[in-house]
Design a protein around this ligand. Structure first.
Ligand code: ATP
Length: 695
């Protein structure tokens, strides 16, 4: 309806106005970059004279104008140069932004001596993942078949797992990530996991669940880039305090988007409030409490320090208690002296950035393997089956020593004469004077804020964020399928593999949706989980969901409907796939079988001759696809919220599926990667087309 009213005429007028605005501001958008480059290369061919060769990657995503650009650069009297293009028609996923798979065939017309080289070896994924992904992509019967193979380990079948709804899906993923890290014994950390989804909106559930469970979410605050921009602005205005810079940004200085500007404005307001509190000699404990609350520091700790946020938060409590205690500053106190020296030499109290205060709870010197032990076990409400893996005591972060140490070394305060017991103001010599009413608050003498500055300075044991992240194994990636293109992770979860989501109800090109799922699946190196919630809520109402058609008729040996089981062989295969040394075998790591069957649905016969065993380059060790001798049998009980995918053909079509996807089989002529009737040789996977200079 909206579009009906918005006639083509209006759109044309709007576009003209948009172009005018770009011109007035001396700007070009991405499309214009291409258009203007083509214009330039047509008019001034000699600007291309220095180009010797052209290499185009992700060729399957080029559109018509990009193809013209390639031609302009490579085929004129100045630049009749070699061009090499690399692309995979099966990964053509940008049809909606005019990518043109037919560009592959155009190449043969325009470059007559084109040679193509098929690159069919996959170095990334296990054979099990490739098999499942090929099942999906092969449903496009218009595509050119290719003979993909890998010398990687067979691996384990992919997991296609039903969950009750999207909440339990996110819960499962959060817990499974922790479990896999734990069982991998140092092979994997958070950075090795990705959750991929068709639509951005799906990420919200994961973000909130990860906040609670893994405490690992994309940054929403003021990031590193913004901090750098603020610093540059500050430096270009000598004599201005940092707080003044923040205020000026809040009022519109510099190029920040509205969201960031608002955050900076908020930060400046917090600083102002703190200054006022200091002036009013408010107790440090109260100021601290205010800062913690105003900066939502608790949430920050949860986000950034998944492992020990509670311990860190209680450490802040310690700090507040400490600030309420009665202490005396000794002149010969080495800590005090050092602190004073630093302060008088270096510290401009006006620059103290309250938002950067970070209280570190412990030394992070434990290695990766030890860290994995720190991951808490699942709680009673776990939806993950009860694995028999040894759950040896997960070390809680012990703050006792830290707190004690901190207490010993802490900055000492004395009770402010005339104030109550809870007063935290320093002794008389260090009591800040109340600034004169008319004094410039930014010029407040250093001495006046000694007690605050020193206290904050001393207590701020901040670690560089990047080092911190590195120490904690990075972050789980949450990404759309489109954005995952070209990337890879040892463990990938694909969320909401349901009809309506993939293929997406908004897409008219089902084949492209299949390719998109193929791209997502082939991002994984070893573990691949395809999650299928049975119910979803959209716009306030429930829908029964159907698993995506792309999994229909998948061979049973290609997938399992329970989470992967772990044994030493799995871990050895994981290590071999990642080309890492395998951790020593662990008798506690139990192979589990479902009803006595082969745990993964893959029999040893499944492995082809090339992969009957597999070889770890790193260890020079030959592994066989045989069950571990230490394996024991186990039957799974599926707990609440966890539903076994007993069959991939869900007999119940969802309401949405019914309405949107009653006749999905027809291939739209203009959207498939269908070959034009042509005499050209077929293009296969990763076709490299090379054009030698023509005579
Ligand atoms: N010759 C090789 N030997 C060993 N490993 C390789 C080789 N070529 C590529 N790899 C590894 O295989 C993985 C995939 O490689 P790369 O990203 O170049 O492939 P790609 O074809 O661009 O993948 P995609 O298009 O699916 O994203 C990477 O981990 C890379 O290091």
């Amino acid at each position: 309806m909206y579009f009906d009213h918005f006639s083509k005429k209006n759109i044309a007028a709007l576009y003209e106005a948009y172009e005018e605005e770009l011109r007035n501001n001396n700007l070009v958008d991405f499309d214009n970059i291409l258009i203007k480059a083509c214009e330039l290369f047509r008019k001034k061919k000699d600007v291309l004279a220095h180009i010797k060769a052209v290499l185009v990657d992700e060729y399957q995503d080029t559109n018509i104008i990009q193809y013209d650009l390639i031609k302009l650069i490579t085929k004129n009297q100045f630049t009749d140069k070699t061009v090499t293009i690399v692309g995979d028609p099966d990964q053509s996923i940008f049809g909606w932004r005019s990518a043109e798979p037919k560009n592959f065939y155009k190449m043969y017309d325009d470059y007559l001596d084109t040679r193509s080289i098929n690159m069919e070896q996959n170095y990334r994924s296990t054979k099990a993942i490739l098999d499942a992904a090929l099942h999906v992509i092969k449903q496009d019967d218009t595509r050119i078949d290719k003979a993909l193979y890998t010398n990687n380990p067979v691996g384990i079948p992919i997991t296609i797992l039903s969950t009750r709804n999207e909440d339990t899906q996110a819960e499962f993923v959060a817990k499974e990530i922790k479990k896999v890290i734990k069982y991998s014994k140092g092979l994997l950390s958070f950075k090795d996991f990705a959750v991929l989804m068709r639509m951005n909106s799906t990420s919200l559930k994961f973000e909130s669940t990860f906040r609670n469970r893994i405490i690992n979410v994309p940054k929403r605050g003021i990031g590193e880039v913004t901090v750098k921009k603020i610093a540059v602005l500050h430096e270009t205005h000598p004599g201005e305090s940092m707080l003044e810079t923040l205020h000026s940004i809040g009022e519109g200085r510099g190029s920040f988007n509205n969201g960031v500007r608002q955050k900076i404005r908020g930060l400046a307001m917090i600083c102002e409030d703190v200054k006022t509190m200091i002036k009013q000699k408010i107790e440090i404990s109260e100021i601290l409490e205010f800062i913690i609350s105003a900066t939502d520091y608790k949430a920050y700790l949860k986000d950034e320090h998944y492992k020990d946020h509670e311990a860190r938060y209680s450490n802040l409590g310690e700090l507040i208690s400490l600030s309420k205690e009665e202490h005396h500053v000794g002149d010969d106190d080495p800590i005090m002296s050092q602190s004073q020296t630093q302060q008088s030499q270096n510290v401009n109290p006006n620059n103290s950035d309250v938002a950067d205060i970070e209280v570190d709870a412990e030394d992070e010197d434990d290695d990766e393997a030890d860290r994995s032990k720190d991951i808490p076990d699942f709680t009673a409400d776990d939806i993950v089956p009860d694995f028999t893996m040894d759950t040896r005591s997960d070390e809680e972060v012990d703050l006792t020593d830290v707190s004690e140490q901190q207490r010993k070394e802490s900055f000492h305060f004395t009770q402010n004469p005339g104030q109550g017991e809870s007063s935290t103001a320093p002794e008389a010599a260090e009591v800040p004077e109340t600034p004169k009413e008319d004094s410039d608050e930014y010029d407040t003498p250093v001495e006046e804020k000694d007690y605050i500055v020193e206290f904050l300075e001393y207590c701020s044991l901040s670690a560089h964020q990047k080092e911190q992240e590195e120490a904690e194994g990075g972050k789980v990636t949450i990404s759309t399928m489109h954005s995952s293109k070209g990337l890879e992770w040892p463990c990938v979860f694909i969320a909401t593999c349901n009809e309506g989501s993939i293929p997406c109800f908004m897409s008219s090109d089902t084949l492209e949706e299949g390719r998109l799922l193929y791209v997502a699946m082939t991002r994984s190196q070893f573990f691949l989980y395809c999650m299928c919630p049975e119910e979803r809520t959209s716009w306030g109402s429930y829908h029964v969901e159907t698993r995506t058609r792309f999994f229909n008729d998948m061979k049973r040996k290609f997938y399992q409907s329970i989470p992967p089981e772990w044994d030493n062989e799995t871990r050895a295969m994981l290590a071999a796939t990642l080309d890492k040394p395998a951790p020593p075998d662990d008798d506690q790591l139990v192979t589990k079988k479902v009803n006595g069957k082969q745990p993964f649905g893959y029999s040893t016969q499944y492995a082809d001759s090339a992969s009957q065993g597999f070889y770890s380059q790193s260890q020079g060790r030959q592994y066989q696809s045989q069950p571990s001798p230490s394996s024991s049998r186990r039957t799974f009980n599926h707990p609440v919220g966890f539903v076994s995918a007993s069959t991939l053909k869900d007999p119940r079509p969802s309401k949405r599926a019914k309405s949107k996807y009653t006749a999905p089989k027809k291939v739209k002529k203009d959207t498939a990667v269908k070959a034009e009737p042509t005499n050209h040789p077929p293009v296969k996977q990763e076709a490299k087309v090379k054009h030698e200079p023509m005579d």
